[in-house]
Write a protein that binds this ligand. Structure first.
Ligand code: Z5A
Length: 219
């Protein structure tokens, strides 16, 4: 059965990027935005946590390496940021018929706080549905990468944030979680090997967007 479009029929498109640390999401998101602009689409680009004043404050807190935080408060903070982002940014942009491209969304919660931290997946899904009003992406690109490689890429940037400091076993569970989520929803996910060259990945992502979404929703 096909899923209803995220925009409820206005022509908007909701596209998300997921994957472990350093997988290349920001790099590929920028390339997709260029492709969408080239196809004449208006684009809203955003990220989680972040994208609003509240989200920016939450981001500072959840990534602070000096802060101790349990899995439940961590989850609730990400959810607060997401609820604000959906209401303030994503839904209005979809209603205007724009393409919304978001660096991480609800799948990150299931992968990090569920598979990684061990919180109950049904509980996380219920709260996430409340926080988002049930908004699900039209297409999710999962850039899959061995976490050791991703952490090494991220480490080149300098001081690790609070989640980058978690051990390799945690990041290995997160990766397995992302792959399980993708396997459960093959119609929504495109899974790509993030060790491939940047240009090859960008071409693959654009081909996937074009193949999965009718041309009427691309232009
Ligand atoms: N989190 C959570 O726990 N729960 C949630 O619900 C949500 C998030 C929404 C956000 O961190 C953290 O919050 C994240 C999950 C958690 N933390 N962890 N762990 P963030 O936003 O600061 O970081 P990130 O999302 O993990 O992204 P990143 O580390 O900035 O990486 P990226 O955007 O995927 O990669 P990039 O910046 O495009 O590239 C990284 C480097 O690799 C860079 O030097 C590139 O030049 C290089 N690169 C990119 N592509 C390639 C290829 N193809 N080959 C070789 N090198 C490449």
């Amino acid at each position: 059965m096909s899923r209803p479009a995220a925009d409820g029929g206005t022509g908007g498109l909701f596209l998300t990027f997921e994957g472990p640390e350093g997988a290349g999401k920001s790099t590929q998101l920028a390339a997709l935005v260029r492709h969408l602009h080239g196809a004449g689409r208006a684009v809203t680009e955003t990220r989680e946590p972040g994208g609003t004043l509240l989200g920016t404050q939450v981001r500072r807190v959840v990534l602070d390496p000096e802060l101790e935080m349990g899995p439940l408060p961590e989850f609730l903070l990400y959810s607060a940021s997401r609820a604000q982002l959906v209401t303030e940014v994503i839904r209005p942009a979809l209603a205007r018929g724009e393409a919304v491209v978001c660096d991480r969304y609800a799948d990150s919660t299931l992968a990090y706080q569920g598979y990684g931290r061990g919180l109950d997946l049904d509980f996380l899904s219920r709260v996430t549905t409340e926080a988002t009003g049930g908004l699900v992406p039209d297409l999710t690109v999962l850039l899959d990468l061995d976490p050791a490689l991703g952490l090494a890429r991220a480490a080149r940037r300098g001081q690790p944030d609070r989640l980058e400091r978690a051990d390799l076993a945690f990041h290995t569970r997160v990766r397995a979680g992302f792959l399980a989520l993708a396997a459960a929803e093959p119609g929504r996910f495109v899974v790509l090997d993030a060790t491939r060259p940047v240009a090859e990945l960008s071409a693959g992502i654009w081909a996937a967007v074009e193949a999965r979404l009718p041309s009427s929703r691309l232009a």
